[in-house]
Write a protein of this length. Structure first.
Length: 126
């Protein structure tokens, strides 16, 4: 998510810079060296916005990374969706770390460049 700056509008703010923070990530599990995810073949995934998140307008980035071709750098396929969210009754938290898109990932990061069919050690720890 990224908090829309005061005086800006969620419909027009571009979300540039180190303003994005993570509220959820689904980690893979491994069985017999094969990776799997709890959301496999599901039509939706739910998460709770942290109660400490300050009130305001936010951009929400939903990301799914297809890894079937990720054994080569640049082979991971990113599927992105976005939403505008208004948080009310929020808290006084300060989400961190803040990252930017593009820039937070490189094509050779573990979990972005990975052979999901073999050699998955190290992928489950990040």
């Amino acid at each position: 998510m990224a908090k829309v700056p005061d005086g800006q509008d969620a419909a027009t703010w571009d979300g540039k810079g180190e303003v994005w923070f993570k509220i959820y990530a689904e980690k893979a599990t491994s069985s017999g060296g094969q990776l799997s995810w709890a959301s496999l073949n599901k039509g939706s995934v739910s998460t709770t916005i942290p109660k400490s998140l300050p009130s305001g307008d936010y951009l929400l980035r939903i990301e799914h990374i297809a890894l079937h071709m990720a054994s080569n750098a640049g082979g991971a396929q990113f599927y992105i969706s976005c939403a505008q969210v208004k948080v009310t009754g929020g808290g006084s938290g300060k989400p961190s770390p803040l990252v930017s898109f593009p820039g937070v990932y490189t094509a050779s990061d573990p979990g972005i460049k990975v052979n999901i069919y073999s050699g998955v050690s190290g992928v489950l720890t990040s």
